[in-house]
Design a protein around this ligand. Structure first.
Ligand SMILES: Nc1nc2c(c(=O)[nH]1)N[C@H]1C(S)=C(S)[C@@H](COP(=O)(O)O)O[C@H]1N2
Ligand SMILES: [Mo]
Length: 224
């Protein structure tokens, strides 16, 4: 029992040390705490998948709506990015490594051609969960359609087989950073939009933009 307590104490000291270090480095956004764990947060239950039935739909304001099968998705050029991720419930996890396909790649290689008037994208998850972002933010280097976390395929509870993820890239302060709710787990669709439309949490009172450094947690509703 004493062993267990001293182990816990050690973990907490470690956590506090990282938090201090990140604060000094300017990597701890206001109101956030560091975690060494990887909390799981979502509405509803974790879906099960048969990858032969899986597809990612690209719909809305694009020149040719399409559907990518899992096999097709595997052929796309891949990107790895290291992100600090920030949950609106106040935990931050540093130096997380994500691998997948960037939306920038999808557009640059012509797999997706947004129409000229496209301004926003809604990520649509298996469960019906939705979240909205400006297209310009989703085209940044810190947004990824991720299949892997820290070198392993996503765990079911973290969004297997595909999720959106957005976070902070060290040294890239110019990029817009938003809270992690703006990345849909179990992603099945990208709906390109010619105007903004709030998603699941944005309808329920979360801030529409969700900027981490300006602490946009709650308050500014869509359209206000
Ligand atoms: N499909 C789906 N994606 C979701 C959510 C959800 O409820 N359903 N919750 C969001 C919220 S609020 C957070 S903080 C992150 C949590 O990701 P994690 O469980 O991998 O930590 O997922 C986001 N993506
Ligand atoms: Mo969240």
């Amino acid at each position: 029992m004493f062993k267990k307590i001293s182990k816990l104490r050690k973990k907490n000291n470690q956590r506090r040390e990282i938090e201090k270090e990140m604060k000094q480095a300017g990597r701890l956004p206001p109101g956030q705490r560091a975690t060494l764990k990887f909390p799981v947060l979502h509405l509803g239950r974790v879906p099960e998948y048969d990858l032969s039935q899986w597809s990612l739909k690209i719909l809305g304001a694009v020149e040719k709506p399409t559907k990518l099968s899992w096999e097709e998705f595997q052929q796309l050029p891949r990107t790895t990015v290291t992100l600090d991720i920030h949950c609106v419930t106040q935990w931050s996890k540093f130096d997380t490594v994500w691998e997948g396909v960037s939306l920038k790649t999808l557009t640059e290689f012509g797999y997706v051609k947004p129409t000229e008037n496209a301004t926003h994208i809604i990520q649509i998850a298996e469960s019906g969960y939705k979240t909205n972002l400006p297209m310009s933010v989703m085209l940044q280097d810190n947004f990824l359609l991720a299949t892997h976390f820290n070198g392993q395929p996503l765990a079911p509870e973290h969004g297997y087989p595909l999720r959106g993820v957005i976070g902070h890239i060290v040294g890239r302060k110019e990029l817009e950073d938003v809270y992690l709710w703006k990345g849909a787990k179990w992603l099945r669709g990208l709906k390109f939009m010619t105007k903004d439309e709030p998603g699941t949490w944005e309808v329920s009172g979360y801030h529409n933009e969700g900027d981490v450094w300006r602490e946009e947690r709650w308050g500014r509703r869509f359209g206000t």
